[in-house]
Design a protein around this ligand. Structure first.
Ligand code: MN
Ligand code: MN
Length: 456
């Protein structure tokens, strides 16, 4: 199979590399789902998008966004056709695997103050010890104010971390299976070690940290109850390889598809069919909750859009869903020469450098839980991709019965939307730092533009 890199000779390489630089900048400012929503709205406003809740009398060419509680986002560019004729939808998720703080996180043990965590999403727990971690989150106080906190990303910030047992004393630990080497309740984060002065303190180090939090951020221990804090791998997105052909960064599942989808809708200008881009939350834990894809917030957003264009009625909304088409984008597993036996054989696995990936189905144990895209729909996509000279490949998530995965595709399919899984292939998926190929990122972005513009 031909490599997508062959298209990018001489001066054609620059736009591809520039796009990857923009992507890295976006990642550095947008590690948590809340930060992604914030940065996406900033970019959208620059591109002429307005808040749907404040918009009136929409017409073709208008650009609006629907902010769902600061944790998920839907963007629309109103098309020339009636909305009832259906949307061309791009969807990706903006939450990533991580360690969340428990509701009473702070405690002291052995002269050290620690945060207790509960991991979020599927992780190999042993990957998260002895790693630089940053704290990202929000505290909602009783008086209605919110405090945003990010510590550990600036060069002169302190970082945090979880200890690992020294190899010299790890005889028992090394005899355990991978799943048990580090267990969920072992993921406690070190946050301080200087005790408060005063000999009556029972937990002087914890007390000193609480004093510091009060002084720096005006928050108290009880405020953790109404807070959302994530411990994330610290550090910036980096180029990877002598040739800088890949991006190494935390949370590319699924911000790599979210950013490329966002960039595609930002440049839509009076499309025929209305363009839509969904950036959803909670995919890594099953898409529940009112910011997850299973929520009716998405239908509410479409209803709102139709209403503000004077086209809303319940049947028109149902027609809109039935007539909609979607690329549900999530990351795929790229062939890894270090672990070839986990790959799907016979040209049924994704490879770095071969463009956007289409997965007819995902799922596990006999396609369980999968949306299985209809070939009539796939044929239309093939035509649009070929007409726009987009490099694409097809894949499934590894060898049959090695495992598998799910996405948001089936949830949109349940709304009667025509949908296929698409996306960008990664190495190290769900590890602290994941890797993507820059040419695949650029081809995915080009695929999304083509889909929004030309699918009919
Ligand atoms: Mn994902
Ligand atoms: Mn994932």
């Amino acid at each position: 199979m031909e490599t997508a890199w062959s298209k990018y000779t001489g001066s054609k390489m620059k736009p591809l590399m520039d796009f990857a630089d923009d992507y890295k900048k976006f990642l550095n400012a947008s590690k948590s789902e809340r930060e992604v929503v914030k940065s996406s709205i900033e970019l959208a406003k620059k591109a002429g998008f307005k808040d749907l809740s404040k918009a009136t009398k929409l017409k073709a060419g208008d650009k609006v966004y629907y902010n769902n509680r600061g944790k998920s986002l839907v963007l629309f560019v109103v098309g020339k056709e009636k909305i009832e004729n259906g949307l061309n939808i791009l969807g990706a998720h903006i939450d990533s695997p991580r360690l969340d703080l428990k509701q009473n996180p702070l405690y002291e043990d052995g002269g050290i103050a620690l945060f207790d965590t509960h991991y979020y999403g599927g992780i190999k727990k042993y990957q998260w010890v002895a790693q630089p971690l940053s704290l990202h989150g929000v505290v909602c106080k009783k008086d209605g104010t919110k405090v945003d906190i990010v510590i550990g990303e600036k060069d002169d910030d302190p970082i945090f971390g979880i200890s690992d047992l020294l190899i010299h004393l790890a005889a028992d630990q090394m005899a355990k299976t991978g799943a048990k080497v580090v267990e969920g309740e072992d993921l406690n984060v070190f946050v301080g070690s200087i005790p408060a002065k005063g000999k009556d303190e029972k937990e002087p180090v914890k007390k000193a940290i609480l004093d510091l939090l009060k002084k720096e951020y005006d928050i108290e221990e009880a405020d953790f109850v109404s807070a959302e804090f994530e411990m994330l791998p610290a550090g910036k997105a980096r180029d990877y390889g002598f040739d800088s052909s890949m991006v190494f960064a935390y949370g590319q599942d699924d911000k790599v598809c979210a950013y490329t989808s966002l960039r595609a809708i930002l440049e839509m200008d009076k499309p025929n069919r209305t363009s839509c881009c969904i950036l959803s939350d909670k995919e890594e834990v099953g898409s529940q909750g009112n910011t997850g894809m299973q929520s009716r917030a998405f239908e509410n957003a479409i209803a709102e859009l139709m209403n503000k264009k004077g086209e809303y009625n319940e049947l028109a909304l149902r027609h809109c869903l039935t007539n909609s088409m979607m690329l549900s984008s999530d990351v795929s597993a790229a062939f890894d020469p270090n672990y070839p036996s986990a790959s799907s054989p016979n040209n049924n696995n994704a490879y770095f450098g071969r463009g956007i990936v289409f997965n007819k189905y995902t799922g596990s144990r006999g396609k369980g839980g999968s949306n299985d895209a209809n070939p009539e729909f796939i044929a239309k996509i093939r035509k649009v991709m070929d007409d726009n000279k987009v490099a694409f490949q097809t894949s499934e998530l590894g060898r049959v019965d090695q495992g598998g995965g799910g996405t948001i595709a089936y949830i949109l399919a349940n709304l009667d939307i025509e949908v296929i899984d698409a996306g960008i292939a990664l190495h190290n998926m769900h590890a602290c730092y994941e890797v993507a190929s820059k040419v695949d990122i650029y081809e995915a972005y080009r695929a999304y533009v083509a889909f929004l513009k030309d699918m009919k």
